[in-house]
Design a protein around this ligand. Structure first.
Ligand SMILES: Cc1cc2nc3c(=O)[nH]c(=O)nc-3n(C[C@H](O)[C@H](O)[C@H](O)COP(=O)(O)OP(=O)(O)OC[C@H]3O[C@@H](n4cnc5c(N)ncnc54)[C@H](O)[C@@H]3O)c2cc1C
Length: 360
């Protein structure tokens, strides 16, 4: 039996979930539907800094810490495996060291940074512009401008299809055996999930190859190097859907980051980006049986990762794939498995297939 699976979303959650499900469920057919793919996703706005920013709204309420730790740990392990591959550069995976000043670091996170320690005040006064006390550690950067196209290539190599097509409602996909919902902030609309709220983030992308360390100061100001550029942030504007640049935010980000690294003045500003962190009181990973025009179709949700979707993505993709397999085993026990298979799927060939900038 070959399961016909529709994934909605080509952001980091849709792609990592599609990839993991294809690895775990032999012979499944996967079609990824999306409005936006790299370089247009929320992950492309993100610095891709692997750090368990509080997620949940208000922060961390409703999300239990052992789960966060598990997702974080699995992602750290996965990136370590990828880094050993010579293609890690093409995937956008690289270690980065630096400083976090002010603000509390979650205790569980410190366990996964082997060199996590307080910044030596002498080193701080020798090498840094005066700052609040803080911590130093090494982590991964996962640059989505490289990582997402790599994931798309892997999915295509396994036979996955990509269709740029807006899904108005789950019932559009009722002829698939399964639907995977990785719609980021749009989960708000497609599921009518009142727990979702956007957390608007604006960043300035700068070419400044001499900036090799990360600097995070308080909750909003950060300088985070990616493979080819440096991301300066930022903002956290809860409830704000505006995807246009706010010039006042740009001025504030520039001013605050220059206080930490004055030489950024010589950085070449490439662009200002805005993204909506998909805020939710807790990340939602579960299978829901939906009645779609009289037909019961399981929908696997994996959304609501707030400001830490890159950090938790692989752990969440594993949990989502596990949830799907548990569901499939359960219904196999209760039903004749042949009922699951819908051989004649809706002919999606009519869907508008547009080429995507990331070399689909
Ligand atoms: C400024 C900023 C900085 C950040 N920095 C970091 C960081 O350093 N580290 C970190 O871990 N995280 C960071 N994040 C958070 C991280 O980027 C997000 O948690 C993550 O990208 C969310 O991924 P996603 O796949 O759920 O959503 P998205 O990337 O938004 O993808 C959603 C996908 O669903 C598709 N879609 C939605 N609805 C439909 C529909 N109806 N029909 C068809 N397609 C649909 C979209 O087109 C898109 O392909 C940051 C976010 C921002 C905004």
């Amino acid at each position: 039996m070959s399961l016909n699976i529709a994934v909605i979303g080509a952001g980091i959650m849709g792609l990592s979930t599609a990839y993991k499900v294809m690895k775990d469920i032999p012979n499944c057919k996967v079609t990824v539907f999306f409005d936006k793919c790299s370089p247009e996703t929320t992950g492309n706005v993100a610095a891709g800094f692997i750090y368990p920013y509080p997620c949940g709204r208000p922060y961390a309420d409703g999300q239990d810490e052992p789960k966060l730790f598990g997702w974080f740990e699995k992602t750290m392990d996965w990136l370590k495996v990828l880094y050993k591959n010579p293609d890690a550069y093409k995937m956008g995976i690289n270690p980065v060291s630096g400083y976090i000043m002010g603000g509390a670091v979650p205790e569980y996170a410190t366990k996964l940074f082997p060199d996590f320690r307080e910044i030596d005040p002498k080193a701080q006064s020798a090498f840094m512009i005066p700052q609040q006390p803080g911590h130093t550690f090494t982590t991964w950067q996962c640059d989505c401008s490289k990582y997402l196209p790599w994931l798309m290539d892997q999915i295509k190599a396994m036979g996955g299809r990509f269709i740029r097509h807006h899904i108005n409602a789950f019932s559009d996909l009722k002829d698939f055996d399964l639907i995977v919902n990785c719609t980021g902030i749009n989960a708000n609309f497609i599921t009518n999930d009142k727990k979702m709220q956007p957390d608007r983030g604006q960043v300035i992308v700068v070419k400044a190859p001499w900036i090799n360390h990360f600097y995070i100061s308080g909750t909003d100001t950060y300088i985070l190097p990616r493979m080819e550029e440096v991301v300066l942030g930022g903002t956290h504007q809860v409830g704000d859907y505006n995807l246009k640049e706010n010039p006042e935010d740009t001025k504030k980000i520039w001013r605050e980051c220059l206080k930490i690294c004055p030489s950024l003045k010589y950085g070449e500003i490439k662009e200002v980006r805005v993204g909506l962190r998909p805020g939710r009181s807790a990340i939602r990973i579960e299978v829901e049986e939906m009645d779609l025009d009289g037909k019961t179709v399981p929908v696997l949700h994996n959304y609501g990762h707030g400001g830490a979707g890159v950090t938790f993505h692989w752990g969440c993709a594993i949990e989502a794939s596990d949830a799907l397999q548990t569901y499939l085993k359960k219904i196999k026990k209760t039903k004749n498995s042949s009922e699951l298979s819908i051989k004649d799927i809706i002919p999606m060939v009519n869907a508008v297939t547009l080429s995507c900038q990331s070399k689909l």
